[in-house]
Design a binder for this molecule. Structure first.
Ligand code: PAP
Length: 329
C-alpha cells in the first residue's frame, strides 16, 4: 500500500499470517488502496481482511446478540441509528434531551466487528457491553462465524438498489481519495462493480445469499431494503421491532415514539448534529462522509444509458427467479 493511502486502509499492522495469505489470494485494483483481495469468494482490502479473519476466529455469538449486516453504502449508518434507538428506548427514552444518538455517531454506538472491534489485531473483550449486544458487519452469510450462523443471534439485513449503492460507493471512495490528491474514474469503478469487484461484493452474491437465508430462516434473518424504509418508514420500523421481539405497543405509538425515532434518525437531523458535522473516527475520516444525499435515485444524475443497460442486464441475469425486485425511484 502506498504511504498516501487513507489511514483507515493502511497496512502497517498486518500480521505475518495475513501477509502470507495475501500473497496467495486473487487480487484486483482497489477502490481506495492499491489492491482488493478475494477471500472466501468476496472482495475486501487487506486491513479489513485481517479484521474479518479475527472476527471469524474469535467471536462467540450469544443468542441475545443482534447483528446488523449490510452491503456497504446501503444505509448502514441510518439503520444503526434506528436499531439503537429502538432497542434502547426504555433505557434511553427517545424524548431524552441527552439521548446518546445526539452526541455520538451511530458507528460508535453500533460498532463494526471486522472494521472496528477486531481491527489491527485487537482482541476484543465484550464484558462492558450490555445485553443485547448491538453489532454490525458487512461479511457475507457463508463467511460469518459458525456461532453466528448456528445460534439464535438475530441478523437484520439491509441492502439498496445497486445503482444508488454504486454511486454512493463511488462518491465515498472518491472523498477518501480527495485528501490524497487522487480520484476514481466513474467508468473504471463501474466496470469493476459490474464484474463483482466491489467492497464485500459481488453485490448480487451478498444480497442473494441473505435473501435466500431470510426465506429459509424468517425468525433469524430480517431482510430490509433502503427504498422500502424510505417509502414506508413506520411500517418498516414496526416490522423491525416485531422481528426483534420488542414490538411497539399501541400506547407507545399513541405517545409518538415511532414518529420521534424516525425524526431523530432522519438524514436531516443526524447530518446536522454537531458530532456528525465536525466529528471524526480515530483514523481521521470525518463522520460527515456518511451523510451525503440520502435519497433514492441519485444514480440518474450520473448513469448513461449504456451504464443502465449494462447493470440491468447483470442484475436481471443474477436475480432471475429469486423473487427479489429493486426499486430505483
Ligand atoms: P457504510 O455501509 O460504509 O457504513 P452507509 O451508511 O451505508 O455506509 O452509507 C451512507 C449512505 O447512507 C449515504 O448515501 P448517499 O451516498 O446515497 O447519500 C448516506 O447519505 C446515506 N444515509 C446516511 N444516513 C442516512 C439517513 N439517516 N437516512 C437516509 N440515508 C442516510
Amino acid at each position: 500500500m502506498t504511504t498516501s493511502s487513507p489511514k483507515y486502509l493502511q497496512e502497517d499492522n498486518l500480521s505475518e499470517e495475513c501477509k502470507k495469505l495475501l500473497s496467495i489470494l486473487p487480487k484486483d485494483k482497489g477502490w481506495v488502496g492499491s489492491y482488493i483481495y478475494n477471500y472466501q469468494g468476496f472482495w475486501t482490502p487487506p486491513r479489513f481482511l485481517q479484521g474479518v479473519i479475527a472476527f471469524q476466529q474469535q467471536f462467540q455469538a450469544e443468542d441475545s446478540d443482534i447483528i446488523l449486516v449490510t452491503t456497504p453504502k446501503s444505509g448502514t449508518t441510518w439503520l444503526k441509528s434506528l436499531l439503537f434507538a429502538l432497542i434502547n428506548r426504555v433505557k434511553h427514552p427517545i424524548f431524552e434531551p441527552n439521548h446518546p444518538l445526539l452526541v455520538n455517531n451511530p458507528h460508535v454506538l453500533v460498532p463494526f466487528l471486522e472494521h472496528d472491534l477486531y481491527i489491527d489485531g485487537r482482541v476484543h473483550d465484550f464484558s462492558t457491553f450490555t445485553s443485547p449486544k448491538l453489532l454490525a458487519t458487512h461479511v457475507p452469510f457463508a463467511s460469518l462465524p459458525k456461532s453466528v450462523q448456528d445460534s439464535k443471534t438475530k441478523l437484520v439485513y439491509l441492502c439498496r438498489n445497486p445503482r444508488d449503492t454504486f454511486i454512493s460507493m463511488w462518491h465515498f471512495t472518491n472523498n477518501l481519495l480527495l485528501h490524497h490528491n487522487d480520484t476514481n474514474s466513474i467508468e473504471e469503478k463501474f466496470d469493476l462493480f459490474c464484474e463483482g469487484v466491489s467492497l464485500y461484493g459481488p453485490f448480487w452474491n451478498h444480497v442473494l445469499d441473505y435473501w435466500k437465508k431470510s426465506i429459509e430462516m424468517p425468525t433469524k434473518i430480517l431482510f430490509l431494503m433502503y427504498e422500502e424504509i424510505k417509502k414506508k418508514p413506520k411500517v418498516q420500523l414496526k416490522r423491525l421491532a416485531k422481528f426483534l421481539e420488542c414490538p411497539i405497543s399501541t400506547e407507545e405509538e399513541n405517545c409518538g415514539v415511532v414518529d420521534e425515532i424516525l425524526k431523530m434518525c432522519s438524514f436531516k437531523n443526524l447530518r446536522n448534529l454537531e458530532v456528525n458535522t465536525n466529528g471524526r473516527f480515530s483514523t481521521g475520516e470525518a463522520y460527515n462522509l456518511f451523510f451525503r444525499k440520502g435519497e433514492i435515485g441519485d444514480w440518474k444524475n450520473y448513469f448513461t444509458t449504456n451504464m443502465s443497460d449494462k447493470l440491468n442486464h447483470t442484475i436481471e441475469e443474477k436475480f432471475q427467479g429469486s423473487g427479489l425486485k429493486f426499486s430505483y425511484v
